[in-house]
Ligand binder design. Structure first.
Ligand code: CMC
Length: 380
């Protein structure tokens, strides 16, 4: 009997969720009923994190309480700082993030509990600590002293502050905040699915989030933003974009990074917003090279994909690359920044998973041989 195979779990519904909804045909992303386009313009990352973890947006009092709850968690335990100091300076910063999360688990004497109160405590802690981990590793690998967090700043502002030691401008903080809101949550993407699959064994939150970090790092997922910038750097100028794209498309299995999506068949709504942000930053900074190269890549891909009848459009990682470049971040920090945002979505999903758990245990169709007889090792 032939069995249906859903390679890559494409099109498989593993559970229900209240957290977010993607309409891949309309190009809509909804967080608990609210359109991402509205949230990106009007809500802070803290408000959105509260929304993802609760039923609705916070009142002013609820938001103040939520921010107060984050404050004691910004500072990293000394053991984590020591581990970050031990990491090779040229290691990928996602190794540092993943290892730091694992170390946080080792230093938390209450790591094991998966009751919702404990999961919520760890969620607050990780949301506050992710920016501290990324900024601290960035400074340490450059031979600089780590900067203590300023808990009076927003998560976006504190991240920028911990990188440089200077209070960030309102404009830079706002751009960072929009990027965090846009990357916060995206349904059953690979890393969120991994987090839920690990949590479904009823292991601890740190184990789930460590695994999610490993998944996010891959170039087909969160690693694509860095891959986009590496491509733009390699190309070097607008006039060389077309040859680069045609060369990749002419290579069997070639993928132009930052394009395509498992769910969207039209433009990713997050890409539309980030394109506007990238355009704005290019005009403000007078450094339009990265934006113009991105536009040219989009134009060539659109033309070629239309010819092939494929709906392959820019995704969230495409314009975030030029945005992060213009904000001055090193390329290998782009995916860790994605993690700073996505921890809020991962945690929202862990609340759902632990609250109504079923062990994830799909099957595979065996196609190997049967009936072989065993030979002792000296007879093989
Ligand atoms: N460049 C060129 N061709 C592409 C691309 C691309 N970026 N993406 C898909 N295609 C083609 C693919 O070659 C295939 O062609 P054919 O049917 O002739 O074999 C067709 O489109 C369908 O591709 P698929 O592999 O079935 O699509 P998928 O749903 O498995 O892949 C994807 C989705 C995101 C892995 C893929 O589009 C890709 O590799 N994109 C580049 C990496 C990237 O930007 N990843 C970020 C994804 S969004 C944010 C996130 O999750 O972090």
């Amino acid at each position: 009997m032939s069995e249906t195979i859903y390679q890559g779990l494409a099109g498989v519904n593993v559970d229900t969720t209240q957290i977010s909804h993607i309409d891949g045909l309309k190009g809509e992303l909804i967080y608990r009923g609210y359109d991402i386009r509205e949230l990106a313009n009007k809500a802070s990352f803290e408000e959105v994190t509260y929304l993802l973890w609760n039923d609705d947006l916070p009142t002013q009092d609820q938001l103040a309480e939520f921010k107060n709850g984050l404050k004691p968690h910004y500072i990293l335990p000394q053991e984590v700082i020591e581990v970050l100091k031990l990491m090779p300076k040229d290691t990928h910063p996602m190794h540092a993030v993943r290892t730091a999360v694992s170390m946080l688990g080792a230093t938390d004497s209450a790591a094991e509990g998966v009751d919702l109160d404990n999961v919520h405590r760890i969620g607050l802690s990780l949301t506050a600590k992710f920016p501290s981990i990324v900024a601290t590793f960035e400074r340490l690998r450059n031979g600089q002293e780590a900067i203590s967090p300023d808990p009076d700043l927003s998560i976006a502002g504190n991240f920028l502050y911990m990188l440089t030691g200077e209070k960030p401008t309102e404009a830079a903080t706002n751009v960072m905040d929009v990027a965090l809101v846009l990357h916060a949550e995206h349904g059953s993407n690979a890393s969120t699915f991994v987090a839920r699959a690990v949590a479904s064994t009823l292991t601890d939150v740190y184990s789930s989030i460590t695994a999610a970090c490993g998944s996010l790092k891959g170039p087909l997922h969160g690693g694509a933003n860095a891959a986009v910038m590496q491509a733009l750097e390699k190309i070097g100028s607008v006039s060389k974009v077309e040859d680069y794209v045609m060369n990749i498309l002419g290579t069997p299995g070639g993928r132009v990074m930052g394009f395509g999506h498992r769910v969207y068949r039209v433009l990713d709504p997050r890409a539309i917003i980030l394109k506007e942000v990238s355009h704005h930053l290019a005009e403000e900074s007078g450094d339009s090279k990265w934006f113009e190269m991105s536009l040219e890549m989009e134009r060539v891909m659109d033309r070629e994909m239309t010819k092939k009848g494929k709906e392959i459009k820019p995704n969230v990682d495409f314009f975030s690359a030029s945005v992060y470049r213009m904000l001055g971040f090193p390329t290998d920090m782009y995916t860790p920044i994605f993690a700073v945002a996505r921890i809020s979505g991962w945690m929202a999903h862990l609340y759902e998973q632990y609250a109504d758990n079923k062990l994830m245990r799909p099957r595979m169709v065996y196609e190997g041989p049967l009936g072989k007889s065993f030979k002792a090792i000296n007879n093989r």
